[in-house]
Ligand binder design. Sequence first.
Ligand SMILES: [Ca+2]
Ligand SMILES: [Ca+2]
Length: 215
Amino acid sequence: MSRFVCTLLLSLLLDVLVVFATTDDLNGEVKIEVLFMPQECTQKSKRGDLMNVHYDGYLAKDGTQFYCSRSDKTGHPQWFVLGVGQVIKGLDIGMADMCPGERRKITVPPGLAFGENGKDPVPPNATVIFEVELFSVSRGPRSLEAFKEIDVDKDRRLTKAEVKQYLKAEFEKRGEPRDEPVYEKIMADIFHKNDHDKDGLISPKEYNIYEHDEL
Ligand SMILES: [Ca+2]
Ligand SMILES: [Ca+2]
């Protein structure tokens, strides 16, 4: 059997593989369907990881597309930290244990998506469906140990240069060095989401969101 056929069979098999993730939320469950699983899984995503993802959002009731990261702004895949509320809760749940290269269809009840009020253009109480493709996962800076490691000059503040140096080393360690503009984009995103007082530095307090992770 050719490798192509094997891959095809594997993805057909995975098409019917449906996993249910339960949550404490009484508003229903996040339904995860694996659409494509790469043959090799280098690293499974977990809370605190930095994710690079393309996602399309649809309304469950009529399939209307309300978001597409491929056509949003520059069309670059989006960066976010998994499990800390940077995306809707349903995606934080639905994108855990995911492999780079994997594609999933994630159905999210309103309570774990945009809720009673909705968020334009998503109407109130809408169940939404996301088709996500994960490009890369990297270990996020999330522990006190990591904070100390990143904070090279030990002044208990993380500068962009310090975070960038750390990220670069992480990517290089995995044999996947990136171009300079990619790092710039990740940095802008990290600081946009974590530097709450906008002083250009990440304090231990601002960094606390990562401490939910069990090491
Ligand atoms: Ca520092
Ligand atoms: Ca700050």
